[in-house]
Design a protein. Sequence first.
Length: 205
Amino acid sequence: MPLVNLGFEHRFVPARPDGAGRPPLLLLHGTGGDENDLLPLGEALAPGAPLLSPRGKVLENGMPRFFRRLAEGVFDVRDVEARAHELADFVLAARDAYSLAQPVAVGFSNGANIAAALLLLRPEILAGAVLFRPMVPVEPATTPNLRGTKVLIGAARHDPIATPAETERLRGLLERAGADVRVDWVNAGHGLTGIDVANAKRWLG
Ligand code: MLT
């Protein structure tokens, strides 16, 4: 029920009584997804929590994404930076419009990458993040202060895109910034599994 666009096409689902006290989830879809995709995942992870779900503004052969890439796994870093700031400003506007607390991001693939960019470039925006199959989207010029920010990385041992080495590189960057990082590994590829969802639900509490 978005009242206004706030700069991004999006869906907003208000809190239900059973979700009282839960932080809002900022749901960030993968390449080719949209603002509807992750609403069921958000409800499964945090029943009754407010859900804020924007649609990425970049189109790649008609498929929405959150930033431009030059090839699979090769990112347009200037676009990553600009889009991360644009998304951060949307989150602030949405918090104001819907009276929301600081959100926890839940992102998959390209959505996990823009969530990681938010953490690294605008560390004040997120209360925490669940990153399913993330890569390193950008190496910030200065180390952000992520002390007190909890991050769960849902990684897969056989992911050819978000490889184990890339996972460890991101973990290192976030830990050096002071984030409290947990990595849960599954024996799977790039696609999300039921085990990932169960792990994230447990982590969110
Ligand atoms: C990205 O482009 O963000 C990653 O390669 C994952 C993907 O969206 O396929």
